[in-house]
Design a protein around this ligand. Structure first.
Ligand SMILES: Cc1cc2nc3c(=O)[nH]c(=O)nc-3n(C[C@H](O)[C@H](O)[C@H](O)COP(=O)(O)OP(=O)(O)OC[C@H]3O[C@@H](n4cnc5c(N)ncnc54)[C@H](O)[C@@H]3O)c2cc1C
Length: 598
């Protein structure tokens, strides 16, 4: 059997696979090292029967609570306010206790069920979804992850009932993406910390009582590390600014939160002193499926709206749903929604299964789902034509509401850099083991050519199992070709990492065009892997015939992804990066469009 012809279904190539270590294994980080950890992503995650039952109840009740409120949501968006009576209804309904353990008065939902609940809420209104999401995904998540028994006892029951609503306070006027640049300080005085600083654009700021606040705690020598604190609104020196007048999510109150010499008890330090940056990042990682779930819910709603609209609207005597260009848009919406849901569910499933290393996968899910929603919202508005532009219809509001998703909880640019640099860091450390001259390799990439090429070659043999690791196994024959595409394209990941490291060495940190290409390859591969897993589970559960449409969807995604991956790979060496940079630099210098002459 030649290398290229090996079947992904060939059992003779199967090897006994070690059980993945949940503390250390990440599907994507392993993939970058040339290993397909299929057992991490297959079978496709499902909820326990108990969680599914709870979710069914929640979904039915949400229909009652939110289903008849479309006109209210529209009015509240215009007014820029959620009425207190409605917040009280959400509290009574238990919407602030979704992720809080049952013994503290919450519903104790796992990550998957929580994300699915936000899907349901987001189908009705994004401002409501973000109110619940900012509370559970980030505002009080630090307590869930790092809370001491005493802190949990003091705050969880109040947070579960909604007596306290939570907010996450990291951003400052001079520190957004560069979170480590925050200027808020906390200075120890006896058994208290004195906190001073200004936080900006805090979701839920207008009605929150519980704040997870990040501040610099000075160390000897003057340099400060970050520490996380629980601050409550009743502490003296806490004040809240006015609602910001925003483009979207208008009825959720985004405000400044000011801390003027607030005395915070030592018992309110969240996690360890000096480890606040890690706390901040772990909260965002763990909460990403909330935003992902919200994005998927909004896509499902847009598909409902657009299909109805296209069936009803006639032009030239025919419903516009009969036209190819409209079908193309709706077909793509369906692919984007299915694949986004596959990725978001997978990340929730990994967290629920106890995996600890999911930051790359969670970052991919955020970038992918928020960008699919953006495309979907834009196309849904286009299908609605002029009506789409009118406030009377829901489309323009969805466009305004979802635009922020690509900015907050880590901008998609920063997350792409994180995805790529994590991969390259891993490969570089692996290479360190392969070669004691690694430092030299990164300083003088050309020296490392042999070592890096050997590495790439070793890992390029993935799909064949010949001389390397086995690829995807036990995949149903109806989707073997797509599993094969995945394995083949995985080779490009190893080669792309190799190529980029070889080309740029240590300077890679500043080579964002190259990093972005690697991130794009990783995003396509993870989405493809999750979709293969989802379709495989569907075939196993329902049979090939019932899954025919899903199989076709996977085929289409895989073909498109293959084209994108190859293009991104080719452009590592052949591109117009320098020209594009020169054009940008020229514009930065003049701060105008050079050819604007009369
Ligand atoms: C409606 C809303 C709600 C929010 N809610 C909260 C909240 O609840 N809590 C909270 O703490 N914060 C919140 N934020 C803040 C949000 O998280 C930040 O806006 C976000 O992190 C980006 O920071 P920035 O706006 O300062 O942009 P900047 O960091 O100034 O970035 C500007 C642009 O430059 C890009 N960029 C920055 N650095 C790099 C780089 N190294 N390489 C390439 N590109 C780069 C960014 O991707 C972005 O496109 C909210 C913001 C908004 C608008």
């Amino acid at each position: 059997m030649d290398a290229g012809g090996a079947s992904v279904h060939d059992r003779s190539l199967e090897k006994e696979r070690p059980v993945p270590d949940k503390e250390t294994t990440s599907f994507m980080r392993s993939l970058c090292m040339g290993r397909i950890e299929q057992d991490v992503i297959c079978p496709f995650p499902t909820m326990s029967d108990a969680q599914r039952e709870t979710l069914t109840d929640i979904s039915g009740a949400l229909q009652g609570l939110l289903g008849t409120r479309a006109e209210d949501f529209r009015k509240w968006d215009v007014a820029g306010e959620l009425p207190q009576e409605f917040i009280d209804e959400l509290k009574e309904f238990g919407m602030f206790g979704l992720v809080i353990p049952e013994d503290h008065g919450g519903m104790g939902l796992g990550n998957m069920a929580y994300s699915r609940t936000l899907q349901e809420v987001a189908k009705y209104d994004a401002s409501v979804a973000v109110t619940i999401g900012a509370h559970s995904s980030i505002g009080m998540r630090g307590l869930l992850l790092f809370g001491t028994e005493d802190q949990n006892k003091r705050y969880m029951p109040k947070l579960a009932s909604g007596e306290m609503i939570a907010a996450y306070c990291l951003t400052e006027p001079g520190a957004g993406s560069d979170a480590a640049a925050i200027k808020t300080t906390a200075v120890k005085e006896g058994d208290h910390w004195v906190l001073t600083g200004n936080k900006l654009w805090i979701t839920n700021g207008g009605f929150a009582d519980f704040f997870t606040v990040f501040a610099k705690t000075p160390e000897e020598g003057g340099r400060g590390k970050m520490t996380a604190f629980i601050v409550t609104k009743d502490m003296e020196g806490v004040s809240i600014g006015p609602h910001e007048d925003k483009m979207g999510l208008r009825s959720n109150p985004t405000t400044t939160v000011l801390f003027d010499g607030v005395r915070v008890p030592d018992a309110n330090v969240l996690g360890e002193v000096g480890h606040g940056f890690k706390v901040a990042m772990m909260i965002l990682n763990s909460g990403r499926t909330g935003l992902g779930g919200g994005s998927v819910g909004a896509m499902k709603r847009l598909i409902e709206l657009s299909t109805k609209q296209a069936n009803e609207r006639k032009t030239f005597g025919e419903p516009i749903s009969s036209y190819g260009l409209i079908k193309k848009k709706v077909g793509q919406m369906v692919i984007d929604c299915y694949t986004s849901e596959a990725v978001v569910t997978m990340v929730g499933g990994l967290i629920d299964a106890g995996y600890k290393e999911y930051q790359v996968e969670a970052a991919i899910s955020k970038v992918y789902a928020t960008e699919c929603l953006w495309k979907t919202a834009d196309e849904a508005l286009q299908i609605a034509g002029g009506n789409g532009y009118m406030r009377e219809y829901p489309y323009e509001r969805v466009v305004r509401d979802c635009r922020i998703n690509r900015i907050f909880e880590g901008t998609n640019e920063i997350l792409r850099l994180l995805i790529a640099l994590t991969a390259m860091n891993d490969v570089a450390s692996q290479l360190q083991e392969l070669s004691s001259t690694m430092k030299d390799i990164l300083n003088h990439p050309i020296k490392g050519f042999g070592v890096l090429s050997d590495y790439a070659r070793k890992h390029a043999s993935l799909r064949t199992g010949v001389g390397g690791e086995p690829g995807f196994q036990k995949i149903h024959e109806a989707i073997q070709e797509q599993a094969k595409i995945f394995e083949e394209e995985t080779r490009y990941l190893a080669q792309a990492t190799d190529s980029i490291l070889r080309k740029h060495g240590k300077a890679i940190i500043g080579k964002q065009f190259a990093s972005e290409r690697l991130a794009e390859i990783m995003i396509d591969l993870f989405v493809m892997a999750c979709t293969i897993s989802r379709v495989q589970s569907s075939i196993e559960a329902n049979g090939v015939e019932a899954a025919a449409l899903e199989i076709d969807l996977l085929k289409t995604f895989a073909r498109e992804a293959k084209v994108r991956i190859k293009r991104n790979f080719r452009r590592i060496d052949t591109n117009d990066d320098e020209i594009v940079k020169a054009l940008a630099d020229d514009a930065f210098e003049t701060e105008r469009f050079r050819w604007d002459t009369i």
